[in-house]
Design a protein around this ligand. Structure first.
Ligand code: BTN
Length: 256
């Protein structure tokens, strides 16, 4: 397919330092420390295992060997470009997995799903460097070669999956990381905000688009039909009285 060819051509443009670690507490924390200690360039931290991986809202992120756990650090000119990067990185993970002929969906804002189970999540944090520049730390975790037993032990088997489980074969973890990073950088270099093409792409793979969803906002449940992602990255739902409401990812703690 033409689209896949374009995606493949975009891989190879990583012109950034990549630090590959065996074990680390969290690649995001490691990256933030490097920025705080004066690192001025953009870079990537990858680890084969994390001992204290973190997810959104301070949740624990199970990160044993067999997964791709990495953080991409990119300098952004303004904090307002951060959330576009979160969506671009989720789209990049989805694209990279689709290149393996596996059908993915994006559960807004940052979960990548296969057959209704989560295979990957993205966590975006920002940190100011010594030079005053804002750096986006995009933490990405992909369950690549994680087996059922590990997911069962972690109590995740009902809700999570891995590429290996879905395809019945092992995948090259570093290759997947390179693909995700280069596609993310490609999206980032094309535009700081979400382009119409990116929004359309996300909407075409959006989990539960056109279906009934429940959003959790400050412990309140909001129900309606999900109509999709708008240009500013907000999710829109329409209630039974045809009222349309839009929400930002920073206020929604769950989308089911
Ligand atoms: C989520 O779905 O809640 C986001 C999960 C993000 C996990 C990744 S793994 C690499 C990076 N380091 C971390 O500690 N977290 C992110």
């Amino acid at each position: 397919m033409e689209e896949d060819r374009e995606t493949e051509l975009s891989i190879s443009r990583i012109n950034k330092r990549i630090v590959i670690l065996d074990t680390v507490c969290s690649t995001n924390d490691y990256a933030k420390k490097l920025v705080a200690s004066g690192s001025l360039e953009d870079f990537i931290i990858f680890a084969f295992e994390q001992t204290a991986g973190g997810g959104r809202y301070g949740r624990e992120w199970t990160s044993p060997r067999g997964g791709a756990w990495f953080s991409l650090v990119l300098t952004i000119p303004d904090i307002r470009y951060a959330s576009a990067l979160l969506f671009k990185s989720a789209l990049a993970v989805s694209d990279a997995i689709r290149m393996k002929e596996v059908k993915t969906q994006i559960r807004w804002p940052n979960d990548i799903m296969i057959c209704g189970k989560k295979v990957s999540g993205c966590l975006l944090e920002t940190v100011k460097g010594n030079d005053g520049e804002i750096r986006a730390v995009i933490g990405i975790g992909v369950n690549v070669n994680i087996n059922e037993d590990i997911l069962k032990e972690a109590g995740l088997y009902e809700t999570a999956t891995s590429l290996m489980i879905e395809t019945g074969e092992e995948h090259d973890i570093l290759d997947l990381m390179y693909a995700v990073v280069s596609i993310t950088i490609n999206y980032f270099e094309k535009s700081l905000l979400l382009s119409t093409d990116e929004i359309n792409k996300i909407n075409s793979v959006l989990y539960k688009k056109g279906e009934h969803v429940t959003l959790t906002i400050n412990s309140n449940k909001i129900c309606g039909i999900c109509t999709g992602l708008s240009e500013d990255g907000l999710i829109s739902i329409i209630d039974e009285n045809d009222n349309i409401f839009s929400y930002s990812h920073s206020e929604v703690t769950a989308f089911r």
